[in-house]
Write a protein of this length. Structure first.
Length: 119
């Protein structure tokens, strides 16, 4: 059973940067589209970015466009989310998830990593 595993969360000041990584146990991410989801306190989980299995198709939510960059290394079975110009509203738990395609259903969720943007 493929299990995504996130790393890289923590505390950062507004305007700062942070890089999240998603790896996998029990399999490889190389065959899956991978989405990053954000769940702010008291709100529902929403996709902020997604990358196809080949890396050729990438999408971003308007709230992060121009600030976040998703990338993948299929040889290493990792997907990264570079987050720049962070805002307090970016605070929350970030989950990576494996999907068959970016517009499809999530096959496997990671456990999440906390990102806090605060001075």
């Amino acid at each position: 059973q493929l299990q995504p595993v996130e790393s890289g969360g923590g505390l950062v000041q507004p305007g700062g940067s942070m890089r999240l990584s998603c790896a996998a146990s029990g399999g490889t991410l190389a065959y899956y589209a991978v989405g990053w989801f954000h769940q702010a306190p008291g709100k529902k989980r929403e996709m902020v970015s997604c990358i196809s299995s080949s890396g050729g198709d990438i999408s971003y939510d308007d709230s992060v466009k121009g600030r976040f960059t998703i990338s993948r290394d299929n040889a290493a079975s990792t997907v990264s989310l570079q987050m720049n110009s962070l805002k307090p509203e970016d605070t929350g738990i970030y989950y990576c998830a494996a999907l068959l395609v970016c517009l499809g259903h999530v096959q496997n969720w990671g456990q999440g990593t906390q990102v806090t943007v605060s001075s």
